[in-house]
Design a protein around this ligand. Structure first.
Ligand code: MG
Length: 340
């Protein structure tokens, strides 16, 4: 197998603001793995706060040698080799994992989900994200979000109540609330959540700082709405540490090195009765379609990263009436567009 890669910058439709920062572009690296005339596509998305850069991803990918592998090799053996090259670099590793699943699906003429033994046809709703903004822009984004059945609202300590009131003046759709670690006081958080429990909120993501597990445990035991870990969980090995402290986890391919490990996380989380959300970064339809392959197994999907950009270079998973709609073509079900 032969790996190649190139850097690319995703342009955002709107400046995207969450509790700690704003941005207008997201750097990514696109990968492809070729073997016997077939090509599998992958992607590493690199939002600043995760610490990987186009430079670090390219440096990592330069160390990868796939020449000893072919279609007979287990994906597990290849991902084990990739993971052993160096610690961290989770998005770089995910870019290889995704391309491998796409390539081997094409070689077997099967969708990735079929290859993984996923039989369920469940098509979860996906949420549409509204970042932190002024009232005028929030109302504009609410208009754009009309095709979606669930909204994910980014909030901070100061703006959450006002934001919810603006949203509830326009729509009664169910909401995910993401505080991105911005809430400080657990008693105040519980009060906030008691108010939100009257506002059709389905879950609260990452209220406190990621290492403050005690506060999350305290809140998860009392909250009428499930509390989900996002920044507090990256990989499979984190589940044991946080399983008592949250009601659910947000799994993202870029945090956990890709489809192979995400599937293991889903199985372990189910064993511990944790609810599961499948999330994303700002990504093209390549990484989104890869994550979508796992969506029949989860409770909630937040796979809107490709909808927030203007220069998607793939055609893949679409949203129909608010639900994820996957193609039945082999691999992760994408076509590359000629805009690169
Ligand atoms: Mg989050």
């Amino acid at each position: 197998m032969k790996l190649s890669f190139q850097a690319y910058n995703l342009k955002l439709k709107h400046t995207f603001s969450i509790a700690n920062f704003s941005r207008t572009e997201t750097p990514i690296v696109l990968t492809q793995i070729e073997h016997n005339g077939l090509i599998g596509y992958g992607e590493a998305s690199l939002p600043q706060y995760l610490g990987e850069t186009q430079h670090s991803v390219c440096k990592f990918l330069e160390k990868v040698n796939l020449s000893n592998f072919d279609f007979q090799t287990n994906i597990e053996d290849i991902t084990h080799y990739i993971d052993s090259i160096e610690a961290k670099n989770t998005a770089a590793k995910a870019s290889i994992d995704i391309a491998l699943h796409d390539l081997i699906g094409k070689a077997k003429n099967q969708t990735t989900r079929k290859m993984l033994g996923i039989k369920s046809n469940k098509r979860p709703f996906t949420s549409y994200t509204i970042g932190i903004d002024n009232e005028q822009i929030i109302r504009k984004k609410l208009k754009e979000s009309e095709p979606y059945a669930i909204l994910k609202i980014k909030v901070n300590q100061e703006n959450w109540r006002e934001t919810i009131d603006i949203i509830r003046s326009e729509t009664q759709k169910p909401l995910f609330i993401d505080a991105n670690q911005s809430w400080q006081c657990k008693e105040e958080a519980l009060e906030n959540i008691n108010y939100l429990s009257t506002k059709n909120v389905l879950l609260i993501e990452q209220p406190f700082e990621k290492n403050n597990l005690d506060a999350h445990k305290w809140l998860s035991e009392r909250s009428p709405i499930p509390i989900f870990a996002d920044e507090s969980i990256q990989r499979l090995s984190d589940i044991e540490r946080i399983k008592q402290c949250f009601n659910g986890i947000n799994i993202k391919l870029m945090k956990c090195t890709g489809i192979n490990e995400a599937l293991k996380m889903i199985k372990l989380a189910r064993k511990y009765n944790l609810k599961i959300m499948l999330g994303c970064m700002t990504e093209t339809s390549c990484a989104i379609s890869a994550a979508a392959q796992l969506s029949p197994l989860v409770d909630f999907a937040d796979l809107d990263g490709n909808l927030l950009i203007t220069n998607d270079c793939f055609n893949g998973t679409k949203i129909k009436k608010g639900r994820i709609s996957m193609k039945n073509s082999p691999g992760i079900g994408i076509e590359k567009l000629n805009i690169l």
